[in-house]
Design a protein around this ligand. Structure first.
Ligand code: MD3
Ligand code: FE
Length: 220
């Protein structure tokens, strides 16, 4: 079943099942988000992680919340501490948690309780190649993504790497909820084009809010 994209500017285009696109949804939280992001990256600076294959990622990353996604020569996983400092990741700010819960609610996921927030920073030229997100225990929980700063083209493929990806432009303030049949789809980000964002300068920041640890067994 396909849903209509209810964006403000762009012409409606069909979205795959399980994808809810909330154009500009984060704009109401913009100021608080940017203030929280500055505090988080001061405590846990953005860094370029290395893939298990030994390649440095062009995207710089940090995390907040109980669990943070990390990659090194030993693999991809969630960890309770920042390996650079040995300290727990900065707490998930209430404003970010509330934004994610509100967006998940709009998309029909009542009871979403994120325990991990991966923060990706793209400077012009940075990209993310097609991959699946498989490191979370609870695949029934959606992933909420919040785009800030420079625009990007999000690539949304199918359940195999060979499916030709759909190209979805994402702008500052857009929120997308990925769940159900979309949850295990291959996806990536095309190289970010040069530019200057009035609030963020030459970068794109993407937050993904996830349920990475064990599902809440008493939630139903
Ligand atoms: C669709 N980040 O961190 S967010 C990632 O823009 C990641 O930084 C991209 O892919 C970024 O893993 C895309 C949107 C997103 C996140 C997770 C998904 C889309 C997804 C998981 C399944 C399907
Ligand atoms: Fe991903």
């Amino acid at each position: 079943m396909e849903h209509e994209l209810f964006t403000s500017a762009a012409a409606p285009l069909p979205l795959p099942a399980g994808v809810a696109y909330l154009a500009g949804f984060a704009l109401a939280w913009e100021e608080a988000l940017l203030e929280r992001l500055a505090r988080i990256s001061a405590a846990a600076p953005f860094r370029h992680m290395v893939t298990p294959g030994g390649r440095m990622m062009s995207v710089a990353m940090t995390n907040c919340g109980a669990l943070g996604w990390i990659s090194d020569r030993r693999g991809y996983r969630y960890a309770q501490r920042d390996p650079e400092s040995g300290k727990p990741w900065p707490a998930l700010p209430a404003v970010i948690r509330e934004l994610a819960i509100a967006a998940a609610g709009e998309a029909g996921y009542a009871g979403f309780e994120p325990d991990a927030c991966l923060i990706n920073r793209y400077t012009p030229g940075a990209r993310m190649s097609l991959h699946q997100d498989r490191d979370e225990h609870d695949r029934a929980a959606p992933i909420v993504s919040v785009s800030l700063g420079l625009p990007a083209v999000f690539l949304f493929g199918g359940l195999t790497r060979r499916d030709r990806p759909l190209r979805l432009p994402l702008a500052h303030g857009d929120v997308v909820v990925w769940g159900g049949p979309a949850r295990l789809a291959y996806h990536g980000v095309a190289p970010v084009a040069d530019g200057q964002h009035p609030k963020l300068g030459p970068q794109r920041i993407n937050l993904t809010l996830r349920r990475a640890g064990l599902p809440k067994i008493n939630a139903r």
